[in-house]
Design a protein around this ligand. Structure first.
Ligand code: N01
Length: 541
């Protein structure tokens, strides 16, 4: 890397590259842009680095991708020096890793923390973005790398009386840094997605009572988490480069692949053991045992049947098990949750499940939650109610390209992108792990590295050719988005009411947002575009 504060190439600018976000994508963008000699300013809403892992500090938060894979690959020494202690790292350990990376590569000095980008407009004559920060400052930059996360705008549900509650009210996605105690408290939690499912078992251990308000049950597979002993660590280190190679050549960004055989060619006994092995791998990998598992309803039904039996084997009360088993979606078409003792929690005497499909919430009152059939008095109410995923954060920034259209307007009928990375009408702006990229369906850290490297390659190409601006062509973005749609339509994913589909936000266009063709296929698409001189992009000065 070059020195700490180099000047922008153009003196009328404050920096060459403005990076939004100090999560894993933003940190890597700052690192990689600096390595190429660009002057960089980072903007981060939190008071430190970490992104998702900075905000989601709720008890039980862990990654559902193995730590050894969910970590940067760009620096062999970092990979060697950072010792992951568990198979699935806890939120504090992942946050400590982000901080270590920021310290090690001296990235914090490029950031302005506790600051947000409110708006940005593109000045075509100067080929620069004028960026308006929420506290009033303005910055001018040639390029913006928007790396503010795919799941970073939490939803506050529109439930009548929500502000009247007199007890403690917490959001998993904005969990306070101070220690929260549940001891002796009557705690309610609304939401049974990955966040709710991870924290409920821990809350139940000390709360006087835990009431879980469930609108839709979710599939969840045990994490089978464990410590990583030294001998295993040594083996991982010895084969790390091969592991990374496999991850970049895989569908999901970690070194796991489906069994290539047709399920119907496998006898029932072997099928059962393959399902059992898939289950024991833990979490999302259960959706990736057979190639057509999320494409063919008959294959999916076998996986559902297996998962249902697992739930029934845990939950002692049969009618409670009925309520906890999803019936509205194919397994894997909403993100499978990864838990540590979730279904077991419902065998406890101090835990109650309220099935909101039968007994919906009428209002939140000063005392708690009133459903149609009962009043639930609470000392604490926790919302694990999800995010305006993938588009929610970028459309809340008032980006205006040369045509004056905002991103929210441009995407009113669903996001349109070229490779998920650029949007027609918004030159010199890269979106990292956004819609149209594999993002949330792959290992986000490796995905971010690949995106950022590709974006920086396009920036260098633009400059080398003597241009100052690059933009995705509309026809290319239409074609890419149609391709993203077409692959998704061949799966069962589009039938689920998931946040992948935008179905959790009222009024949001229902469209499958991530690219589901797999990480390796996506990398090939990006490389092909590069090899053809960045076909689909238009350059100007
Ligand atoms: O959010 P969600 P999440 N009344 O949208 C319910 C990643 N992640 O934060 O399904 C009552 O999945 C809603 O009900 P319904 C992971 O990719 C990973 O849990 O709309 N309920 C649902 O149950 C994940 O998929 C980890 O009927 C209401 C819940 O709230 C993504 O983040 C951990 C409601 C929201 O679930 C999002 O997960 C955590 C209302 N008005 C997160 N509004 C790992 O393990 C919403 N709900 C790595």
């Amino acid at each position: 890397m070059t020195g700490p504060n180099i000047s922008p190439n153009d003196n009328s600018l404050d920096c060459d590259v403005l990076v939004v976000g100090a999560g894993f994508a933003g940190l890597y963008a700052v690192y990689a842009a600096r390595r190429l000699g660009h002057s960089v300013v980072g903007i981060e809403a939190g008071d430190d680095v970490g992104g998702t892992w900075y905000w989601n500090r709720y008890p039980g938060a862990r990654c559902d991708v193995e730590s050894i894979d969910y970590s940067y690959s760009f620096d062999a020494e970092l990979q060697r020096d950072w010792r992951w202690t568990e198979r699935y790292a806890t939120q504090p350990e992942i946050l400590a890793y982000a901080r270590h990376v920021a310290d090690r590569f001296k990235l914090r000095r490029h950031y302005r923390f506790n600051e947000r980008v409110a708006a940005a407009s593109f000045d075509e004559a100067a080929a620069a973005w004028t960026v308006q920060l929420a506290k009033g400052d303005r910055l001018r930059a040639r390029w913006i790398i928007f790396a503010a996360g795919s799941l970073s705008t939490p939803i506050r549900p529109d439930i009548s009386g929500i502000d009247d509650f007199a007890g403690e009210m917490l959001f998993t996605a904005r969990w306070p840094e101070e220690r929260v105690t549940f001891d002796g408290k009557r705690v309610g939690i609304i939401g049974t997605g990955a966040s709710g499912i991870q924290c409920a078992p821990i809350i139940a251990q000390t709360a006087a009572k835990l009431t879980v308000f469930q609108r839709s049950p979710n599939y969840s597979v045990p994490a089978f988490n464990r410590a990583l002993p030294d001998d295993e660590w040594a083996e991982i280190q010895a084969s790390y480069s091969e592991r990374r190679r496999q991850s970049f050549a895989s569908g999901g960004g970690s070194p796991h692949e489906v069994d290539p055989r047709e399920i119907w060619d496998i006898d029932e006994g072997e099928r059962a053991s393959l399902f059992e092995n898939g289950w024991k791998k833990g979490g999302v990998l259960f959706a990736k045992i057979f190639p057509k598992q999320t494409m063919d309803e008959r294959v999916n039904a076998l996986a559902r049947d297996f998962a249902e039996k697992k739930i029934r084997a845990i939950v002692r009360d049969e009618s409670l098990a009925d309520d906890l088993i999803p019936t509205d979606h194919a397994i894997g078409t909403k993100r499978i949750c990864t838990d540590s003792g979730y279904f077991e929690t419902f065998n406890r005497d101090n835990v109650e499940l309220v099935n909101l499909r039968r007994d919906p919430i009428i209002e939140i009152t000063e005392r708690g939650v009133r459903t149609r059939n009962a009043s639930h008095d609470l000392d604490m109410l926790i919302f694990a109610t999800g995010f305006d995923a993938m588009t929610g954060t970028i459309t809340r920034v008032d980006f205006r390209g040369p045509g004056g259209q905002s991103m929210a307007e441009a995407w009113a009928d669903g996001p349109k992108t070229m490779l998920g990375l650029m949007v027609p009408g918004f030159p010199n702006l890269f979106n990292i792990t956004g819609p149209g990229s594999p993002s949330v369906l792959t290992n986000m850290i490796l995905g971010a590295e690949q995106h950022v490297n590709w974006a920086l390659g396009l920036m260098s190409h633009t400059q080398q050719k003597g241009y100052t601006m690059v933009e995705a062509r509309r026809d290319a973005a239409d074609a890419w988005t149609a391709h993203v749609d077409a692959i998704a339509s061949a799966t069962l994913f589009t039938q689920a009411k998931s946040w992948y589909m935008g179905a959790n936000v009222d009024g949001k266009k229902r469209t499958f947002m991530p690219y589901i063709g797999g990480f390796a296929a996506y990398i090939r698409e990006c490389e092909a575009v590069r090899a053809e001189g960045y076909k689909g992009f238009v350059f100007a000065s």
